[in-house]
Design a binder for this molecule. Structure first.
Ligand SMILES: [Zn+2]
Length: 400
């Protein structure tokens, strides 16, 4: 050991723990700068990691970092600046040791119906706690709004009663307003899916208690859409939401209570991508079961024609939509115990001719006249629901 090394050790031994404590106190007494850019980055990463569909601009506008977290609008600001429009990390306008503030609002466009949720948290709140608090508060806000709904209209096809604003026309005739489970019914003619797409976005942006089934309609339209759907959608109104071009980003509401184990950690809702991953991880045999059941169902068909005996009717492109329907129907049944069971969907809700008309309008590359799409939905949806413990024969949420 060198002399200098010995000397340093001696000095440290003499100083003991006291010097460390003094150094720590000195460090703590210097106010720490907190950057909103860091908080925003970590916020977006945390919600993404938890499976929420997330959008953000990546820069603060008018002094505010904005994020879109599923149905929630997030804002990150720093109180007390001399110019509240300035970048909240600009030391010329803000004291960077002031703790930033997170605000979470739902619905995303609260102007029409007011804020169902307004949660404010210090920007230094641990992110795991932020995600949990936002999820819990969102679930509470939806339940409170859903409990206060007034059903003053009925679906033009099934007659189920809803608030008028929750029924949407799938054609250019506004008086034929439908519930989400009648959109692909055989009695729907002259469909306008891009108009419906904008109406769904308007409704779900403005109403945190919008029917869960509209997520399934969104998923099916987005999964089926062809490459030119974006152009048609963009030319038909306001900027469409990203889920129309990336169905994995569709927000899916989960049943509010008694979730199957596979979905327990995802309440109150999640992205379709996350939902599909969770369902398939818990039930890796779903596709095989679909193929076995489909083979039984279409046995007569295979006997009659001399086609291949091992035809695969599973349309992978529509499989996420089938999962979305299975879960959304269960959610809606649980959330609307006095409404008609959405499982009437399985009687006549997916009609080949109607699907073909939608696919044509969507520029879809899928062949609706083949049996694949209708079988993927009409056999896949109840099969997935049963695997998750939801009873597609149940008439009330309690039996689910
Ligand atoms: Zn209906």
């Amino acid at each position: 050991m060198t002399r200098n090394r010995k000397k340093k050790l001696a000095i440290r031994a003499e100083a003991g723990d006291g010097s460390h404590a003094r150094a720590a106190r000195l460090h703590a007494s210097v106010p720490r700068e907190i950057l909103t850019a860091d908080i925003h980055d970590r916020l977006i990463s945390a919600f993404t990691a938890e499976g929420w569909p997330v959008e953000n601009d990546g820069f603060p506008e008018g002094g505010i970092w904005t994020g879109w977290l599923g149905p929630v609008w997030s804002m990150l600001t720093r109180p007390g600046g001399s110019d509240t429009e300035a970048d909240p990390d600009d030391p010329d306008y803000y004291d960077l040791t002031t703790v930033p503030e997170l605000t979470f609002i739902a619905p995303k466009s609260p102007i029409a119906n007011g804020e169902a949720m307004a949660l404010t948290l210090p920007g230094t709140t641990p992110l795991a706690d932020v995600v949990r608090a936002v999820g819990e508060e969102l679930g509470r806000a939806r339940a409170a709004k859903a409990g206060a709904l007034v059903t003053d209209a009925q679906c033009a096809l099934c007659g189920d009663r809803y608030p008028a604003a929750h029924l949407l026309p799938a054609t250019d005739r506004d008086h034929l307003a439908l519930c989400p489970f009648c959109v692909f019914d055989g009695d729907v003619l002259s469909v306008h899916p891009w108009r419906l797409a904008h109406l769904i976005d308007d409704l779900t942006d403005q109403d945190v208690a919008a029917p869960a089934g509209w997520s399934a309609v969104t998923a099916l339209l987005a999964c089926a859409a062809g490459p030119d759907f974006r152009e048609r959608l963009e030319s038909g109104g306001p900027v469409p939401l990203p889920h129309w071009f990336d169905p994995g980003q569709v927000w899916v509401w989960l049943p509010p209570d008694d979730l199957p184990t596979a979905l327990e950690c995802l309440a109150p809702g999640t992205s379709l991508d996350t939902l599909v991953s969770a369902v398939e991880a818990a039930h890796p045999d779903l596709r095989d079961r679909f193929r076995a059941e489909t083979a039984d169902t279409v046995e007569w068909d295979r006997e009659e024609d001399d086609g291949p005996k091992t035809r695969d009717y599973l349309v992978e492109q529509l499989w996420p939509a089938a999962i979305c329907y299975a879960v959304s129907a269960a959610t809606q049944l649980r959330e609307r115990p006095d409404g008609r069971s959405p499982w009437h969907l399985l009687d006549d809700g997916f009609e080949e001719g109607t699907l073909a008309e939608y696919f044509d309008e969507l520029g879809s590359t899928l062949d609706a006249d083949s049996l694949g799409p209708v079988l993927t939905l009409s056999i896949g949806v109840p099969l997935i629901a049963e695997a998750l413990g939801f009873d597609p024969n149940s008439l009330t949420g309690d039996a689910g």
